[in-house]
Write a protein that binds this ligand. Structure first.
Ligand code: FAD
Length: 456
């Protein structure tokens, strides 16, 4: 194609945002070349490393992403960390536009004493551990105590609670990693408390995830009926999804005692509680419990605020999992970053105060929302980018070399990118290992091993 009809765009991050942005760009422009640079030798981001192993249906989006990666004008370059192996400035030189879709790789801190004690984990690391994220493979969470406390009441918190309490025969049929399966088989965790700073009407999880908890074999809810006082009276005024969610919680409260004795594992919500301190064992090394500040609510509905009463309550537990949110991090000084909102400042995906830079997904709007939300905002970013080409805001009149200059640069720096067909070798190896043990796949946990598989 001629330089003016052949725009080259690269995308940083091979998760849902990266793939959906690529998909839309390829569809909307008949000549555009799209390269995706991904930190890991493995594509798909949180679809592989976040989505729970017992939710295989959610992972079907991988089929669409695979079609995109195999598109003749798309090229996947895995094992490339942008900001370290290649700078955003270098990418800007090589491409007409750079789309930042690198997600949220950090996590929000609790900011309380004891946070660094052994036995305190971020949900991000815990999820990464059971889902085979290479940097979390050695987490070895301490599952030797009866009670685990999860801080946060979103879907990730419920995923973690469910994995902690699921009967093994469910998990063995999933792509959960073998080491975590073995650790969970030996786990002594029998009681999981899911703590939120506000009330039952402010929980962030959705009904599907709650229903899974309610129906989880071998468990029973352990609720505090008083937490639901007065809720029945306001039910009729709630928006329908919130009403159904609340009704299901109340049903769980009502039915809680019926299973007593017949099941050994329990889960429950604790409301109006904020962490004040993780309490240490006498030798000050391990988690022995958590001190929670008791709150009251000011206002009502989604906007209600938790206000500390000054009273506290201690819960004995050997494990605290903080599930208060993922957080995007800056990856390159050349990219504007809003440290307060922890996002790249943008207007509908156009990075502010710079040209040729765009963003999509969690790094664009913050770490909330399901894959469908990420899809819509990625399509928006792609639309804006195409619009900028059409209106001339994005200058494509000069030819750009794309990966022709980036690949040699990476090789010079000792980085060996992994292509999509290389990933397919890893994929085949994982499925082969999985079939031996009756699982959909047995994930490789180590980047060196992944690269060895590619080059074998
Ligand atoms: P990510 O998926 O995080 O992708 C970002 C990619 O960028 C990653 O592959 C990362 O390796 C790469 N990257 C990071 N830094 C760099 C760099 N410097 N250079 C190159 N590449 C880089 N949604 C659902 O619809 N259903 C679910 O069941 C569900 N479960 C979830 C469970 C958990 C625990 C979590 C955390 C989220 C879940 N979601 C679920 C939400 C969904 O995963 C997100 O909406 C979606 O993954 C966000 O896409 P993203 O591309 O912005 O980020």
């Amino acid at each position: 194609c001629t330089p003016s009809s052949c725009p080259r765009v690269c995308i940083v991050g091979g998760g849902p945002a990266g793939f959906y942005t690529a998909q839309h760009l390829l569809k909307a422009h008949p000549a555009m070349q799209v390269d995706i640079y991904e930190r890991l030798p493995i594509p798909f981001g949180l679809v592989r490393f976040g989505v729970a192993p017992d939710h295989p249906e959610v992972k079907n989006v991988i089929n669409t992403f695979t079609q995109t990666a195999q598109h003749e004008r798309c090229c996947f370059h895995g094992n490339v960390t942008v900001g370290k192996d290649v700078s955003v400035e270098e990418l800007k030189q090589a491409y007409h536009a750079v789309v930042l879709s690198y997600g949220a790789e950090g996590n929000r801190l609790l900011g309380v004493p004891g946070e660094n004690l052994s036995g305190v984990y971020s949900a991000k690391d815990f999820v990464g551990w059971y889902n085979g994220l290479p940097c979390n493979k050695d987490l070895c969470p301490d599952l030797s105590h009866e009670t685990a406390v999860i801080l946060g009441q979103g879907n990730v918190a419920l995923d973690v609670a469910r994995i902690l309490l699921s009967p093994l025969d469910i998990l063995t049929k999933t792509d959960i990693t073998q080491p975590s399966l073995e650790a969970l088989a030996a786990s002594r965790v029998r009681r999981v408390l899911i703590v939120g700073r506000r009330g039952p009407l402010q929980v962030a999880f959705t009904i599907k995830e709650l229903r899974e908890m309610v129906n989880l074999a071998g468990t029973r809810p352990d609720m505090v009926p008083a937490d639901f006082k007065g809720i029945a009276e306001v039910l009729k005024d709630l928006p329908r999804p919130r009403k159904r969610l609340t009704e299901l919680m109340m049903k769980a409260v009502r039915e809680a005692p019926s299973g007593e004795g017949s099941t050994s594992r329990q889960w429950g919500f604790r409301f109006l509680r904020s962490p004040v301190e993780v309490l240490p064992t006498p030798d000050l090394t391990q988690t022995a419990g958590i001190r929670l500040g008791i709150n009251r609510l000011e206002g009502s509905g989604d906007g209600a605020r938790a206000v500390a009463t000054g009273e506290t309550e201690d819960i004995e537990c050997g494990m605290v999992i903080s599930s208060i949110g993922y957080q995007s991090l800056p990856i390159d000084p050349a990219v504007p970053f809003d440290p307060h909102k922890a996002i790249i400042p943008n207007a509908v995906g156009r990075v502010l105060k710079t040209s040729g830079l765009y963003c999509s997904g969690w790094v664009k709007r913050g770490p909330t929302g399901v894959i469908a939300t990420t899809m819509n905002d990625s399509f928006d970013t792609a639309r804006v980018l195409i619009q900028d080409i059409e209106t001339g805001i994005l200058d494509i009149s000069t030819a750009k070399p794309g990966s022709q200059t980036v690949t040699p640069l990476l090789q010079k720096r000792g980085v060996n990118p992994v292509s999509f067909s290389d990933w397919e070798k890893i994929d085949a190896e994982e499925m082969k290992r999985g079939s031996v043990v009756g699982k959909p796949r047995e994930k490789l946990l180590d980047v060196t091993e992944m690269l060895k598989t590619v080059h074998s």
